[in-house]
Design a protein around this ligand. Structure first.
Ligand SMILES: [Fe+2]
Ligand SMILES: [Fe+2]
Length: 211
């Protein structure tokens, strides 16, 4: 998938600023401060959008999917419109994966090419030492640390965006929390669905079989 880092960054900032929420500018600064390199990080090492700017592109893809899904849902269920505030959809979808801003370290590794020859390629190591907190919960904390005035439902949509893929199955409490959050806040389901649509369909290239 082709993407333009500069244009993507401008769109990300414009979308966040369009919410008029307090702390947006502080958060943007935080996302590229210190060890955080949100705007140039990949979305993964071996799977979707595994190159510089991939995380930013993925975040926009999720936001685009979420905004379209919001319209679809409201067309069928107008009574849900108050639960799917547009600004909340933008904030939760753009920030759901900011936990990845500090984990990818560029490196070069040897790999076999299509002809079986060993070549050096640019790739990343994954290093969780900066803040080993988890995934959705880490994104939620980072949004707060970044200074954004963020609501409880936005935090919950970010926290539980991975659906059951990120659940410790021995924890009854975690299962009850994710179900309760989803039942209380339709925004949780919307962001979960948008993340799946972006990663599995918008970003699908048919060659991602390196599991
Ligand atoms: Fe995620
Ligand atoms: Fe994601």
């Amino acid at each position: 998938m082709d993407f333009n880092l500069k244009a993507d960054k401008a769109e990300f900032i414009q979308l966040l600023q369009s919410t008029g929420r307090d702390g947006v500018d502080d958060l943007i600064e935080y996302l590229e401060d210190g060890r955080n390199h949100f705007f140039t990080a990949p979305a993964s090492v071996n799977h979707h959008l595994n190159s510089d700017g991939g995380l930013l592109r993925h975040s926009l893809n999720v936001c685009h999917a979420a905004l379209k899904l919001r319209e679809l849902v409201i067309a069928e269920r107008p009574d849900l419109e108050p639960d799917l505030n547009k600004d909340s959809v933008i904030i939760a979808s753009l920030l759901h994966d900011i936990c990845k801003a500090d984990i990818y370290v560029p490196t070069r590794k040897k790999k076999r090419d299509a002809n079986g020859l060993m070549v050096e390629v640019d790739t990343y190591n994954v290093d969780y030492r900066n803040f080993p907190m988890g995934h959705g919960e880490k994104s939620a904390i980072m949004a707060l640390w970044g200074g954004l005035d963020i609501t409880q439902e936005e935090l919950l949509a970010i926290r539980w965006h991975m659906t059951a893929w990120d659940l410790p199955f021995q924890s009854v409490e975690a299962g009850k929390n994710i179900n309760t959050a989803r039942d209380l806040h339709p925004l949780c389901s919307l962001v979960q669905l948008a993340d799946g649509i972006a990663a599995n369909l918008f970003e699908h290239d048919g060659a991602d079989t390196n599991y």
